[in-house]
Structure formats: C-alpha cells, structure tokens
Design a protein around this ligand. Structure first.
Ligand SMILES: [Zn+2]
Length: 70
C-alpha cells in the first residue's frame, strides 16, 4: 500500500511548517509542525518535508550574514 505523503515546506531555522492550505489575508502562515499534523490528521512521518526558510528566520539569517561580513 502506497502511503500518501503531504508535501510541506519546512523551515530549517525554527522547525515550523508552511500551512499552504490555510491562507489568512493571502499571507502564508507558518505553524508548529505538530499543530500542522493535528490540523490535517497526518503523522509527522507522513509529511514530505521540503527545506525552506520562513520569513522571520530569513531575516535573522540575512542579519547574521551581514554581521559576519563586517
Ligand atoms: Zn523559521
């Protein structure tokens, strides 16, 4: 039996998952991976995680890169 995997963008910085199914005001919403699984009835190992960076972590990384360059 094939297991259906749910593709989810996963932030490598904070471990949150992008909830693409639940858009609020056209903004993507990053939520805790556990909350995501509960909301859609998936187990964590049924998620196909795609490495990504959420906007807050992207900002932190950008600042880190800038400081490292000084
Ligand atoms: Zn993040």
């Amino acid at each position: 039996m094939m297991m259906t995997l749910l593709s989810a963008r996963f932030c490598v910085g904070c471990g949150q998952v992008l909830d693409e199914l639940q858009l609020s005001d056209n903004r993507h919403c990053w939520i805790n991976a556990h909350a995501y699984c509960e909301r859609y009835g998936y187990r964590f190992n049924e998620l196909h995680l795609i490495e990504d960076t959420c906007p807050p972590c992207a900002r932190v990384l950008a600042i880190g890169r800038r400081e490292a360059a000084v």
